[in-house]
Design a protein around this ligand. Sequence first.
Ligand code: SF4
Length: 271
Amino acid sequence: MDRLQPAIEAALPLLREMRDGLGPQPAASRAALARLAALKAAPAPRSAAAPAATATSGTSPKIIPTQEWTLDTLRATALACVECPHLVRSRKQVVFGVGNPRAELMFVGEAPGADEDEQGEPFVGKAGQLLTKIIQTMGHSRDTVYIGNVLKCRPDMPAGSTGNRKPKPDEMATCLPWLKKQIDLIGPKVLVALGATAVEGLLGETRPMNQLRGRWLDYHGIPVMATYHPAYLLRNQSLSEKRKVWEDMLLVLEKLGAPISEKQRGFFLSK
Ligand code: SF4
Protein backbone atom coordinates (compact mmCIF):
# COMPACT_ATOMS: atom_id res chain seq x y z
CA MET A 1 0.00 0.00 0.00
CA ASP A 2 2.94 2.32 0.73
CA ARG A 3 3.98 2.13 -2.90
CA LEU A 4 0.43 2.17 -4.21
CA GLN A 5 -0.61 5.37 -2.46
CA PRO A 6 1.35 7.79 -4.70
CA ALA A 7 -0.07 6.11 -7.77
CA ILE A 8 -3.56 6.32 -6.33
CA GLU A 9 -3.18 9.99 -5.54
CA ALA A 10 -1.65 10.59 -8.94
CA ALA A 11 -4.37 8.69 -10.76
CA LEU A 12 -7.37 10.61 -9.63
CA PRO A 13 -6.84 13.95 -11.42
CA LEU A 14 -6.36 12.40 -14.84
CA LEU A 15 -9.21 9.99 -14.42
CA ARG A 16 -11.41 12.88 -13.34
CA GLU A 17 -10.28 14.85 -16.39
CA MET A 18 -11.24 11.90 -18.54
CA ARG A 19 -14.54 11.54 -16.79
CA ASP A 20 -15.32 15.22 -17.02
CA GLY A 21 -14.65 15.37 -20.71
CA LEU A 22 -11.15 16.68 -21.44
CA GLY A 23 -10.37 15.19 -24.79
CA PRO A 24 -11.98 12.11 -26.21
CA GLN A 25 -13.46 10.51 -23.20
CA PRO A 26 -12.15 7.01 -22.73
CA ALA A 27 -15.65 6.07 -21.74
CA ALA A 28 -13.36 7.31 -19.31
CA SER A 29 -11.65 4.81 -17.18
CA ARG A 30 -14.76 4.41 -15.10
CA ALA A 31 -13.63 1.05 -13.84
CA ALA A 32 -10.18 2.34 -13.03
CA LEU A 33 -11.64 5.44 -11.41
CA ALA A 34 -13.97 3.41 -9.26
CA ARG A 35 -11.20 1.05 -8.28
CA LEU A 36 -8.78 3.82 -7.47
CA ALA A 37 -11.42 5.85 -5.65
CA ALA A 38 -12.18 2.80 -3.55
CA LEU A 39 -8.51 2.36 -2.80
CA LYS A 40 -8.21 6.04 -1.91
CA ALA A 41 -11.19 5.83 0.39
CA ALA A 42 -9.56 3.01 2.31
CA PRO A 43 -7.85 4.16 5.49
CA ALA A 44 -4.22 5.01 4.84
CA PRO A 45 -1.70 3.04 6.81
CA ARG A 46 -0.16 5.07 9.55
CA SER A 47 3.26 4.64 8.02
CA ALA A 48 2.20 5.85 4.55
CA ALA A 49 4.43 8.68 3.41
CA ALA A 50 2.82 11.58 1.59
CA PRO A 51 3.57 11.51 -2.15
CA ALA A 52 6.20 14.06 -3.09
CA ALA A 53 3.79 15.93 -5.35
CA THR A 54 0.95 15.86 -2.85
CA ALA A 55 0.44 18.69 -0.42
CA THR A 56 -1.00 17.28 2.78
CA SER A 57 -2.92 18.97 5.50
CA GLY A 58 -3.75 17.07 8.63
CA THR A 59 -5.51 13.87 7.69
CA SER A 60 -6.94 15.26 4.40
CA PRO A 61 -4.38 15.01 1.65
CA LYS A 62 -5.13 17.36 -1.22
CA ILE A 63 -5.28 15.81 -4.66
CA ILE A 64 -2.23 16.87 -6.64
CA PRO A 65 -2.96 19.43 -9.34
CA THR A 66 -2.95 18.11 -12.87
CA GLN A 67 0.21 19.97 -13.79
CA GLU A 68 2.14 18.05 -11.18
CA TRP A 69 1.78 14.76 -13.00
CA THR A 70 5.06 13.13 -13.90
CA LEU A 71 5.68 10.63 -16.62
CA ASP A 72 6.36 8.03 -13.93
CA THR A 73 3.04 8.56 -12.17
CA LEU A 74 1.25 8.58 -15.50
CA ARG A 75 2.96 5.33 -16.46
CA ALA A 76 2.11 3.70 -13.14
CA THR A 77 -1.52 4.68 -13.59
CA ALA A 78 -1.74 3.62 -17.22
CA LEU A 79 -0.22 0.24 -16.45
CA ALA A 80 -3.26 -0.47 -14.28
CA CYS A 81 -5.82 0.70 -16.85
CA VAL A 82 -8.72 -1.66 -17.39
CA GLU A 83 -10.86 0.52 -19.59
CA CYS A 84 -11.06 -1.92 -22.50
CA PRO A 85 -12.13 -5.28 -21.03
CA HIS A 86 -11.58 -7.18 -24.27
CA LEU A 87 -7.99 -5.94 -24.50
CA VAL A 88 -7.34 -6.43 -20.80
CA ARG A 89 -8.32 -10.09 -21.22
CA SER A 90 -5.91 -10.69 -24.07
CA ARG A 91 -2.96 -8.41 -23.29
CA LYS A 92 0.13 -9.52 -21.43
CA GLN A 93 0.94 -5.99 -20.37
CA VAL A 94 0.26 -2.36 -21.11
CA VAL A 95 2.94 -0.95 -23.42
CA PHE A 96 3.28 2.63 -22.23
CA GLY A 97 6.31 4.02 -24.08
CA VAL A 98 10.06 4.29 -23.90
CA GLY A 99 12.81 6.87 -24.25
CA ASN A 100 13.88 10.26 -23.03
CA PRO A 101 11.15 11.88 -20.91
CA ARG A 102 12.35 15.27 -22.21
CA ALA A 103 12.76 14.22 -25.83
CA GLU A 104 12.57 16.86 -28.55
CA LEU A 105 11.51 14.20 -31.01
CA MET A 106 8.69 11.75 -30.35
CA PHE A 107 7.55 8.91 -32.59
CA VAL A 108 3.96 7.70 -32.35
CA GLY A 109 2.85 4.36 -33.77
CA GLU A 110 -0.51 2.69 -33.79
CA ALA A 111 -0.46 -0.16 -31.24
CA PRO A 112 1.73 -2.89 -29.75
CA GLY A 113 2.08 -6.14 -31.64
CA ALA A 114 2.89 -9.56 -30.27
CA ASP A 115 6.58 -8.79 -29.66
CA GLU A 116 5.79 -5.52 -27.92
CA ASP A 117 3.10 -7.15 -25.80
CA GLU A 118 5.64 -9.77 -24.77
CA GLN A 119 8.44 -7.32 -23.94
CA GLY A 120 6.43 -4.34 -22.72
CA GLU A 121 8.23 -1.93 -25.05
CA PRO A 122 7.01 -0.35 -28.30
CA PHE A 123 8.65 -1.11 -31.63
CA VAL A 124 10.84 -4.07 -30.70
CA GLY A 125 9.88 -6.49 -33.50
CA LYS A 126 11.21 -6.40 -37.04
CA ALA A 127 9.47 -3.11 -37.82
CA GLY A 128 10.86 -1.75 -34.56
CA GLN A 129 14.37 -2.76 -35.50
CA LEU A 130 13.97 -0.84 -38.75
CA LEU A 131 12.65 2.17 -36.84
CA THR A 132 15.72 1.97 -34.59
CA LYS A 133 17.95 2.08 -37.68
CA ILE A 134 16.08 5.11 -39.00
CA ILE A 135 16.48 6.85 -35.64
CA GLN A 136 20.19 6.05 -35.56
CA THR A 137 20.66 7.27 -39.13
CA MET A 138 19.12 10.54 -37.99
CA GLY A 139 21.90 10.81 -35.42
CA HIS A 140 19.72 9.82 -32.49
CA SER A 141 19.17 6.69 -30.42
CA ARG A 142 16.17 5.13 -28.75
CA ASP A 143 17.37 6.83 -25.56
CA THR A 144 17.37 10.36 -26.99
CA VAL A 145 13.91 10.21 -28.58
CA TYR A 146 10.61 8.99 -27.16
CA ILE A 147 8.56 6.20 -28.74
CA GLY A 148 4.92 5.49 -27.95
CA ASN A 149 1.70 4.28 -29.50
CA VAL A 150 -1.82 5.62 -29.77
CA LEU A 151 -3.17 2.37 -28.30
CA LYS A 152 -1.33 1.08 -25.27
CA CYS A 153 -2.61 -2.51 -25.33
CA ARG A 154 -2.22 -5.06 -28.11
CA PRO A 155 -5.39 -5.38 -30.19
CA ASP A 156 -6.91 -8.78 -29.49
CA MET A 157 -6.93 -11.48 -32.12
CA PRO A 158 -9.41 -14.27 -32.78
CA ALA A 159 -8.55 -17.46 -30.91
CA GLY A 160 -5.96 -19.53 -32.74
CA SER A 161 -4.89 -16.78 -35.14
CA THR A 162 -1.47 -15.24 -35.24
CA GLY A 163 -0.24 -11.85 -36.32
CA ASN A 164 -1.51 -8.44 -35.36
CA ARG A 165 -4.50 -6.35 -36.26
CA LYS A 166 -4.95 -2.61 -36.59
CA PRO A 167 -6.59 -0.86 -33.67
CA LYS A 168 -10.15 0.27 -34.27
CA PRO A 169 -11.01 3.99 -34.14
CA ASP A 170 -13.10 3.56 -30.99
CA GLU A 171 -10.27 1.71 -29.26
CA MET A 172 -7.84 4.50 -30.13
CA ALA A 173 -10.29 7.16 -29.00
CA THR A 174 -10.69 5.38 -25.67
CA CYS A 175 -6.94 5.24 -25.11
CA LEU A 176 -6.04 8.65 -26.54
CA PRO A 177 -6.08 10.57 -23.22
CA TRP A 178 -3.05 8.58 -22.06
CA LEU A 179 -1.10 9.63 -25.16
CA LYS A 180 -2.27 13.23 -24.91
CA LYS A 181 -1.05 13.49 -21.36
CA GLN A 182 2.17 11.72 -22.32
CA ILE A 183 2.82 14.32 -25.03
CA ASP A 184 1.95 17.14 -22.61
CA LEU A 185 4.52 15.89 -20.11
CA ILE A 186 7.29 15.15 -22.60
CA GLY A 187 6.77 18.36 -24.57
CA PRO A 188 8.42 17.29 -27.84
CA LYS A 189 9.27 19.91 -30.45
CA VAL A 190 8.32 17.56 -33.26
CA LEU A 191 6.06 14.52 -33.51
CA VAL A 192 6.39 11.81 -36.14
CA ALA A 193 3.26 9.76 -36.76
CA LEU A 194 4.13 6.35 -38.16
CA GLY A 195 1.48 5.10 -40.54
CA ALA A 196 -2.01 6.20 -41.50
CA THR A 197 -3.62 4.53 -38.48
CA ALA A 198 -1.45 6.50 -36.07
CA VAL A 199 -2.30 9.71 -37.92
CA GLU A 200 -5.98 8.89 -37.66
CA GLY A 201 -5.72 8.09 -33.96
CA LEU A 202 -3.71 11.18 -33.14
CA LEU A 203 -5.27 13.77 -35.46
CA GLY A 204 -8.48 12.25 -36.78
CA GLU A 205 -7.02 12.53 -40.31
CA THR A 206 -8.17 9.80 -42.64
CA ARG A 207 -6.50 10.83 -45.89
CA PRO A 208 -4.14 8.24 -47.37
CA MET A 209 -0.49 8.50 -46.46
CA ASN A 210 0.57 9.61 -49.94
CA GLN A 211 -1.49 12.77 -49.34
CA LEU A 212 -0.24 13.30 -45.79
CA ARG A 213 3.48 12.65 -45.81
CA GLY A 214 6.08 15.24 -46.70
CA ARG A 215 4.16 18.18 -45.27
CA TRP A 216 3.60 19.49 -41.79
CA LEU A 217 0.47 18.70 -39.85
CA ASP A 218 -0.32 20.14 -36.45
CA TYR A 219 -1.10 18.71 -33.04
CA HIS A 220 -1.98 21.54 -30.65
CA GLY A 221 0.88 23.67 -31.95
CA ILE A 222 3.39 20.81 -32.24
CA PRO A 223 4.46 20.12 -35.83
CA VAL A 224 3.63 16.57 -36.90
CA MET A 225 5.30 14.74 -39.75
CA ALA A 226 3.35 11.75 -40.99
CA THR A 227 5.29 9.04 -42.74
CA TYR A 228 4.98 5.41 -43.68
CA HIS A 229 5.06 2.82 -40.91
CA PRO A 230 8.33 0.84 -40.89
CA ALA A 231 6.25 -2.33 -41.46
CA TYR A 232 5.28 -0.84 -44.82
CA LEU A 233 8.94 -0.52 -45.74
CA LEU A 234 9.48 -4.17 -44.80
CA ARG A 235 6.73 -5.15 -47.22
CA ASN A 236 7.86 -2.73 -49.91
CA GLN A 237 11.63 -2.65 -50.09
CA SER A 238 11.94 -0.35 -53.10
CA LEU A 239 14.53 2.40 -52.90
CA SER A 240 11.95 5.02 -53.81
CA GLU A 241 9.71 4.21 -50.82
CA LYS A 242 12.69 4.20 -48.45
CA ARG A 243 13.71 7.56 -49.88
CA LYS A 244 10.24 9.00 -49.20
CA VAL A 245 10.50 8.11 -45.52
CA TRP A 246 14.03 9.42 -45.40
CA GLU A 247 13.00 12.71 -47.00
CA ASP A 248 10.34 13.04 -44.29
CA MET A 249 13.03 12.47 -41.65
CA LEU A 250 15.27 15.09 -43.27
CA LEU A 251 12.41 17.56 -42.91
CA VAL A 252 12.15 16.55 -39.25
CA LEU A 253 15.86 17.15 -38.71
CA GLU A 254 15.60 20.54 -40.39
CA LYS A 255 12.65 21.46 -38.19
CA LEU A 256 14.71 20.51 -35.14
CA GLY A 257 17.62 22.62 -36.37
CA ALA A 258 19.89 19.57 -36.39
CA PRO A 259 22.98 19.52 -38.61
CA ILE A 260 22.59 17.30 -41.67
CA SER A 261 25.63 15.87 -43.41
CA GLU A 262 25.93 15.45 -47.17
CA LYS A 263 26.04 11.71 -46.58
CA GLN A 264 22.73 11.89 -44.73
CA ARG A 265 21.18 13.97 -47.50
CA GLY A 266 22.18 11.38 -50.08
CA PHE A 267 20.74 8.26 -48.48
CA PHE A 268 18.48 6.14 -50.72
CA LEU A 269 19.02 8.28 -53.80
CA SER A 270 19.30 6.14 -56.91
CA LYS A 271 22.85 6.26 -58.29
S1 SF4 B 1 -6.01 0.18 -24.64
FE1 SF4 B 1 -5.63 2.02 -23.43
S2 SF4 B 1 -7.63 2.59 -22.54
FE2 SF4 B 1 -7.76 0.42 -23.27
S3 SF4 B 1 -7.21 -0.83 -21.45
FE3 SF4 B 1 -5.33 -0.50 -22.62
S4 SF4 B 1 -4.40 1.34 -21.67
FE4 SF4 B 1 -6.56 1.29 -21.05
